[in-house]
Write a protein that binds this ligand. Structure first.
Ligand code: 26V
Length: 853
């Protein structure tokens, strides 16, 4: 009976409207008369979710029945952004027609239906809070990969934590960053399914029981845990584009067990026995807001173990249902470690196999090393995770023993291959024998326990082989170390963020249904239009309209006061740097460049030149910044303050007549990125060479028709290869020279060029709060070795900007041509290509497509 009575999806306006009204009246217990925008958002989401869940269920049943090899993507961060708009675009419908909005996704008819009901889709979409469960690039990459895995029908699940508080919201008060909590679940969350039936007990602390020394058992050691908490599963459907495949993202939430400390209770300490339990929830309370920096904090280690143990228990349970022998585990399961954060999963699986399933140590270990693969995302030493032995051993005593054993067998092998090479042994050991305390090196453990280690762009993958992991290349050989260059999903970052450009491209390459979003090499078809004046005009009109959209946002964020002169917006160069604030990303170089420009303009006026003459030399420009600093990162916060101080002076300088504007966009996040990125003429990717592993916003900007000013770093290198070196403004020293330059600075063998000295001297003039407020910034360059080589790259940076100015000002056609050619060649950076590479070369998995497609 239940099969015949199967639930129907809506596939057009009327069906959606019915569902919408039903949800307003039953799920929300409201009437259409008092349905406000928030309720409309909730009802729309629930209606769309119903559709997704029907496909989700079919997808999961298909996977269970066919039992193919599955991928598990373990990431402590998933920076998903908003779900509704993306679901509307991705959601497949058998009855796709062009609605009157010209939109052939289900977004088209839902927009129409909402109009009918008296709502505006754009306003309704605004009501959704971002799911901001990530810091930056690493978390957003995980989100793009989920989109591509669903789109490609790869049987894959993401596993992470359901933080109650995502990355903090950033306020700018008096020019300074102030952090406020991001309680994103305030109004509930229609996109999650709470799975109260899936609760995994997780243990911490306790001791190791050695079975009274009984060595006849295979595993004489058993962990007897102390504290116990429960991991509850929350599922988020992940729809693919133009397919009915819907994958799953499972996030764990910590909650108290129903166990009760009767000992305490009997002592009359009822309140304390409950308090202890309540502490459980703090494990998943908050996302750690550091990016590329780690400190050994116990709560962070607890988060990692809680998440790894819950996920592995789930994965193992699913495997056991198939009743296959253990030796087939790695034929059925591939686990990808997103950085070292989930490395405990390796140890936990070894514990399950040896202590609980009673497998032989070596048999278990060979299963492990055929199952796991590890992605490295940074060469920054401050970000390499290490845990003090005492902390680790108290929280996870049995895991520490297992790590010692893994290390013992591993070092024995190394010693056999490289007898008496003590330095090598010391470097590759999983345990660092350093004072004042010994530490567990998570990267070393991840490498030893994985079959493949990959970097995220060619230069980066090359660098890890020659620097931080050099000794492991000797031990394991080159083949274990590989590259998968990052990518981005064109559904969110082109279709959703820039619908006008997607539409124009579709028309231009005779693909009005926008199938190019699934096969981005089709963008090549744009090449032949690059010189066409009519097409160039249309292209530039889309850019202009996106600039207005951003100017609206900026006005809004500026308390309703206009910053950007609208009249000249088409010819105003939008120069944008948005990313986490970090010294290695060099926002300070950018703002010094702005000061340099400002001083030059003022000098021209002082020397009697007219404003028209200044305008001839310098195109109108607005320098836009945005990004969060880690709350404890003093220097990064000082750069934010400097940007705001410069903005204050420059924006209020009437003499300049709007020729230069500076604006810091507060609270940069995924939703703001979707508005900011399509508006850029030029974006800045200017890290010290060799420090930015890949970057992914560089790809987003170019895919949206912006040009890049950048260093020879991360994925800038491959972007140059794909679009051609004539279409990018590269500058600065190369990574192979960085070490030398730093060395010279240490011994004061370099003198600062006059250009930067002039700027550093001017910096203090922007101080408004305290005297010498920015001294730490200027001192780090003048006296403390200029670690990020700002002074070494400054002149070359300014020269590159001069080229930018000249081209934008005097040869806009050539500029637009470069923009079109760049977009035409960005196909490589679709995350679909990344997923193909991971699937073929690392996971060895195949798609499991729905019957219909
Ligand atoms: C490390 C830590 C340390 C402990 C506290 C929290 C935390 C959070 C994140 C990280 C990892 C930082 C590494 C990272 O985000 N790398 C970025 O990865 C992007 C995707 O591969 C890449 O595009 C960026 O260049 C790279 O900086």
């Amino acid at each position: 009976l239940w099969k015949k009575n199967n639930i129907q999806k809506f596939e057009e306006e009327e069906g959606f409207e019915k569902k919408f009204v039903t949800h307003v009246e039953t799920s929300l217990a409201r009437s259409m008369y008092n349905c406000d925008e928030l309720a409309a958002y909730e009802a729309t989401s629930m209606a769309v979710r119903d559709n997704l869940l029907i496909d989700w269920s079919a997808t999961q049943q298909r996977i269970t029945t066919r039992d193919p090899k599955r991928v598990y993507y373990l990431s402590l961060e998933f920076l998903m952004g908003k779900a509704l708009d993306n679901a509307l675009i991705n959601m497949s419908s058998d009855k796709q027609e062009f609605s009157s909005t010209g939109d052939n996704t289900s977004r088209g008819y839902v927009k129409h239906a909402l109009d009918d009901l008296g709502f505006n889709l754009e306003d309704v979409l605004q009501k959704e809070p971002d799911a901001a469960l990530g810091n930056g690039g690493l978390g957003r990459l995980a989100a793009c990969f989920l989109d591509s895995m669903a789109t490609k029908s790869i049987p894959a699940w993401g596993y992470g934590l359901r933080y109650e508080y995502g990355i903090f919201a950033q306020k700018i008060i008096n020019g300074y960053q102030v952090e406020t909590p991001d309680y994103w679940l305030n109004f509930g969350n229609p996109w999650e399914i709470e799975r109260n039936e899936i609760q995994v007990p997780i243990t911490f602390y306790g001791y190791v029981d050695r079975n009274n020394g009984d060595t006849t058992t295979l595993s004489p050691s058993q962990w007897v845990g102390g504290e116990r908490v429960l991991a509850v599963a929350y599922d988020f459907p992940v729809p693919g584009f133009k397919t009915t495949s819907v994958n799953n993202l499972r996030l764990w939430r910590a909650k108290p067990t129903t166990e009760f400390d009767f000992a305490k209770f009997n002592n009359g300490d009822y309140k304390n026995s409950v308090d202890e339990q309540q502490k459980a929830e703090s494990i998943t309370a908050v996302l750690y807001p550091n990016d590329n920096f780690t400190k050994g904090k116990e709560l962070r280690l607890k988060q990692q173990y809680f998440w790894c143990a819950a996920s592995l228990s789930d994965i193992v349970r699913r495997f056991k249902k198939s009743r296959r022998p253990w030796r087939e585990f790695s034929d059925q399961v591939a686990i990808q470690l997103n950085d070292t954060h989930p490395t405990l999963a390796i140890v936990e699986l070894q514990r399950i196999l040896v202590d609980l399933e009673k497998l032989d140590w070596h048999e278990a270990w060979s299963i492990i090393t055929q199952t796991f693969a590890y992605t490295n995302h940074t060469v920054m030493l401050e970000a390499l995770e290490k845990w003090p032995i005492d902390l680790f051993g108290s929280l996870l005593p049995r895991h520490l023993e297992i790590i010692y054993d893994i290390n013992w067998f591993f070092l024995k092998d190394v010693q056999k291959k490289f007898p008496k090479d003590v330095d090598l042994l010391r470097n590759v050991s999983i345990i660092e024998e350093a004072s004042p305390e010994r530490q567990v090196r998570m990267a070393n453990l991840a490498i030893v326990g994985s079959h493949t280690v990959n970097g995220v762009a060619e230069l980066h993958s090359q660098l890890i082989k020659t620097t931080i992991f050099r000794d492991f290349v000797r031990v394991f050989g080159e083949k274990k170390f590989t590259n998968v260059t990052n990518g981005i999903t064109p559904r969110r970052w082109l279709r959703q963020a820039n619908p006008e450009l997607a539409k124009l491209i579709g028309e231009a390459i005779h693909d009005p249904e926008q199938n190019f979003l699934l096969n981005m090499s089709k963008l090549n078809g744009l090449t032949k239009m690059a010189d066409d004046p009519d097409f160039q005009t249309k292209w530039d009109s889309v850019k202009e309209s996106n600039k207005h959209r951003l100017a609206d946002l900026i006005k809004d964020l500026n308390g309703g006061v206009e910053v950007i002169n609208r009249e000249h917006i088409r010819h105003t160069l939008f120069d944008i740097q948005v990313k986490r604030m970090h010294e290695y990303k060099r926002q300070q170089l950018n703002i010094f460049g702005v000061i340099h420009r400002y001083l030059n303009m003022k000098d021209m006026l002082k020397n009697g030149k007219s404003i028209e003459e200044v305008a001839k030399r310098y195109p109108r420009k607005v320098s836009i910044f945005g990004g969060k600093s880690a709350p404890g990162y003093y220097m990064a916060k000082l750069v934010i303050k400097l940007i705001n101080s410069v903005a204050d002076v420059v924006n209020n300088d009437e003499e300049l007549q709007d020729l230069l504007k500076v604006f810091f966009i507060p609270d940069y996040n995924v939703s703001k990125a979707e508005i900011i990125i399509p508006a850029s003429d030029l974006s800045e990717h200017i890290s010290t060479a060799g420090t930015e592993a890949s970057g992914t916003s560089n790809m987003k900007f170019v895919m949206n028709g912006g040009l890049i000013i950048g260093t020879v770093d991360g994925a800038n290198v491959e972007i140059t290869r794909e679009i051609g070196e004539d279409n990018i403004f590269l500058f600065g020293n190369l990574s192979e020279n960085v070490e030398n330059l730093r060395f010279k600075h240490q011994y004061n063998e370099t003198e600062l060029p006059p250009s930067i000295t002039r700027v550093l001297n001017a910096v203090e003039k922007f101080t408004s709060e305290y005297k010498n407020e920015f001294k730490p910034l200027t001192d780090s360059i003048k006296y403390h070795g200029d670690y990020y080589l700002v002074s070494d790259d400054f002149d070359s940076y300014i020269a590159a900007h001069d080229l930018v100015d000249d081209l934008y000002h005097h040869n806009k056609h050539e500029w637009i041509k470069k923009s079109i050619i760049s977009v035409a060649n960005m196909g490589f950076f679709s995350s679909d290509r990344c997923i193909d590479e991971y699937a073929d070369t690392i996971w060895n998995v195949e798609p499991l497509k729905p019957e219909s497609s």
